[in-house]
Design a protein around this ligand. Sequence first.
Ligand code: NAP
Ligand code: HSE
Length: 429
Amino acid sequence: MDSIKLGLAGFGTVGSGLAKILDMNADRIADRLGRRIEVKSVLVRDTAKKRAFDLDPAITLTDDPSVLVNDPDIDIVVELMGGLDTARDLILDAFKAGKHVVTANKHLLAEHGLELFDAARENGVGLLFEASCAGGIPIVQTLKENLAGDEIIKMLGILNGTANYILSEMTTKQLDFQTALADAQDLGYAEADPTFDIEGFDTAHKLCVLIRMAYGMDYPLADIPIQGITSVTPMDIEFAREFGYRIKLLAHVMNVDGRLEAGVHPALVPYTYLLARVGGNYNAVRLEGNAVGPIMLHGQGAGDLPTGSAVLADVMNLARRLDSAPDNTGFCNKPLKQANILPPEQSESKYYFRFTVADRTGVMAAITQAMADHNISIAQAVQKGEAGAEGVPLVIISHETRRKDMEAMIEEIDAMDFTVEPCVKFRIL
Ligand code: NAP
Ligand code: HSE
C-alpha cells in the first residue's frame, strides 16, 4: 500500500506521542485514508540522546533541518520542536519546498502567524495547528468548520494544562505551588520554559490563535492583558472556597457592542459551574454562538497522546487532499483584519480584592469609603486573623466594576498608611 510520508521535527513529549499513536492505530488510520502514514525522518537537537519511544531503524534521525525540507518524498512536515527562530525557518523553507505543515507551536503562531498564513497561501500549501490550542480538544476545527456560520458572542477557556494542574493540586491536595509545578513538568505538560505556563503567556498565545479562528481578525498579543497564577496563594484558594468559588486561569474574549474584549487572568468561578470542575491537566472551552447557543468542550489539554491525537487529526486532514491547499485561516485565506479592540480600562467585571492591612479602628471605613469614591459597590466583605505586624487579610467581593475605577481605587488604598502589602485582585466570573 502506498504511504504518506512525514518529516517529524521534534521527538519530545508530543513528537513521541504522535509516533506512538501512528504505531498503535496504524490499521485504523490506513482504513480511514486508504494509505499508511510513515515517519521518514526525525529532526532533533541531540541525535545521541536516549529516546522514550524507540524509532524504527529505517527512520533517519538527524539534527539538520534541510534533511526534511529537501527530501522530495516527504509530503508533510510536522513541527513539534517549539521555540521561534528554528521553527519559523523550518516552516517557511518547507512551504517553499511545496510541503504542507502541521504545527503545535502556539507561541510561533501568536507571534508570526500572519506571516506564516501569507507564506502558506503564496506557496499554495496547508498550515494546520489543531494541537496548538487546548491539547486534545478539537477546538480549532470546531471554530473553523462546525461553527463556521455562527457569530461567536463569547468564548471562555481553561487553556493551559500546567496551570490548571497546579491550581487543582493546590486546591484539592493542598500541594504547594513549586511541588505541583515540578509534577506537571515530570508529566510532560509544561513548556520548555514553564514561565510561559504560570505567567499566562501560553494561554494568551492560544487565545490569540482562537480569536483568529473565531472572528477572522488579528488581536495582537501585545494588546491582551495577561495575569498569571503566581499571585494565587493558598489563602486566596481558601477564601474563594468559603465564598463558593474555585480559582481557575481563564482566557476570555467577547463581543462588546461590535468591539472585542480579551484577556487572561486567574478568576473565581462559582463552584456550581462546569468550568470550576475542570481538574488536573484538563482544559475546557465554553463558547456562545448566536445560533448554536452555549457549547462546552472538555478534554486533556496537555500530554503526549492527547496532543499527538490532535496533531494526527491535522495530518490526516491534509493527507486526504495532498494536492490542494486548504483554507488555513477559515476565512478564504484572506489576510486577517485588525480587531476593533475595546480599551482594557473600559472592561467590566466583578472582583475579589484581598487587602493586607493593619488591624486598627477606621481601616474598614477608609477602604469602603475609597471604594464608594470610585463607584465600586461591595457585595461581601470578611476580615480574618489576629492583629500583628504582618497585617490581616481583608477580603472584599465587588459587584460589576470598571477596570479604570478598580485600578484607581487600588492605587489609593495601597498608598494608605495602614496598608501592609499591595492589594491582590482577581476577576470573578
Ligand atoms: P519537548 O518535549 O521539549 O520536545 C522538543 C523536541 O524538539 C525535542 O525532541 C528536541 O530535540 C527538539 N528540538 C527542540 N529544538 C530544536 C532545534 N533547534 N533543532 C532540532 N530539534 C529541536 O517539547 P514538547 O512538549 O513535545 O512540545 C513541542 C511543541 O508542542 C511546543 O511547541 C509546545 O508548545 C507544543 N505543545 C506541547 C504540548 C505538551 O503537552 N507538551 C501540548 C500542546 C502543544 P532533543 O530531543 O534532541 O532535545
Ligand atoms: N504547556 C502547555 C500546557 C502544553 O500546559 O497547556 C499544551 O499546550
